[in-house]
Design a protein around this ligand. Structure first.
Ligand SMILES: [Zn+2]
Ligand SMILES: [Zn+2]
Length: 331
């Protein structure tokens, strides 16, 4: 079958790979649309090692070809733990020491067919298009981050970074009842998009505006750091009020200093969040059914399977927020 294969760092090409066969309890899915994100760029660059050649693509919506959902549009949960360790058994496969992901540690969605354990596919609600369904995994990352924050209705939220995950977190936080959401983002096009979505915005570089006053008054209840800027790490606790929570979403390249004195003095919680876990996909599909118009604004373009590399470059430059690949060209 055809696939878009990463053959090594910087080497992506359309080629042939072995046909897939679903073991017992697994199902076969024909990917229809696949979303691209920063993880795909890290894979392409070789920052994340992979078993080359591997078909990339972990944000997958497709048609179930067999199993109980045969013929249905489904979204795939691509995070795969070992199924045996304590973390997996308690439903936290995302923090399994042996966690893998479709489109990273094994073939993913940019292929004519994929196989996946039956419980990892979820029916897409009526009214959610296959394109929108391909954002499910990315939105689920935001939904997971918001669940880690223990956000309560009425809370004030600051999001550092107005990229795709930052904006999806803003949408998910508003859906959970946040009374105000401020998105701090230096790039004007991203601030504009955040404003179109109805969020307050701030330029962290040169505006003495909303974010600064929030930082001074420390009045946010919850902060999300999707920017992972090393210069911000020492002041992360300052984002929130006493007793507030900071969720670190972005992947920092190395160790960072944190203001532990402030953390103790004001009982700040700093929590990490990684990928998605059991239940996030179902919650996300419900969110997509209700707020699909908002999330759809994040999708800039749909490209063909021969344009994946160019699309990754547009994502890297920040020119695009979310790009989907139409997989119909793969036989
Ligand atoms: Zn992704
Ligand atoms: Zn495990």
């Amino acid at each position: 079958m055809e696939a878009v294969l990463l053959e090594g760092p910087g080497s992506l090409r359309r080629g042939q790979t072995d046909a897939v066969v679903a073991p017992a309890g697994w199902v076969t899915v024909k990917p229809l649309f696949v979303g691209l994100c920063g993880s795909d760029i890290h894979l392409f660059d070789g920052q994340i090692p992979a078993p080359y050649p591997v078909a990339i693509g972990h944000e997958i919506a497709g048609l179930a070809l067999d199993g109980p959902l045969e013929g249905r549009l489904v979204a795939i949960d691509p995070v795969e733990g070992c199924q045996e360790c304590d973390r997996c058994l308690e439903g936290h496969e995302n923090i399994c020491a042996d966690v893998g992901i479709m489109g990273g540690t094994r073939h993913g969605g940019l292929a004519a067919q994929v196989t996946v354990r039956g419980e990892r596919i979820h029916p897409v609600p009526d009214g959610v298009t296959p394109q929108l369904a391909a954002t499910t995994e990315a939105v689920a990352v935001a939904v997971h981050a918001v669940s880690r924050s223990r956000l309560r209705p009425g809370d004030v939220v600051i999001v550092l970074g107005g990229g795709p995950i930052g904006l999806m977190i803003a949408i998910a936080a508003r859906d959970r009842g946040a009374s105000r959401v401020i998105v701090s983002e230096p790039a004007p096009p991203r601030r504009k998009l955040a404003q179109e979505l109805g969020f307050e915005t701030s330029d962290p570089r040169d505006d003495a505006d909303a974010l600064t006053s929030y930082l001074d008054s420390r009045s946010a209840d919850v902060g999300f750091d999707t920017a992972a800027q090393a210069s911000l790490a020492p002041t992360l606790t300052h984002l929130v009020r006493s007793g507030g929570t900071v969720v670190v979403v972005g992947g920092y390249g190395g160790e960072q200093p944190v203001d532990l004195r402030d953390l103790v003095a004001r009982e700040i919680d700093i929590v990490g969040t990684r990928a998605i876990t059991v239940g996030d996909t179902v919650t996300t599909l419900d969110l997509l059914a209700r707020r699909g118009d908002e999330i759809g604004l994040l999708v800039d373009e749909v490209v063909g399977v021969d344009e994946v590399q160019a699309a990754l470059e547009r994502l890297r430059s920040g020119e695009a927020t979310k790009i989907l690949v139409d997989c119909s060209g793969l036989q």
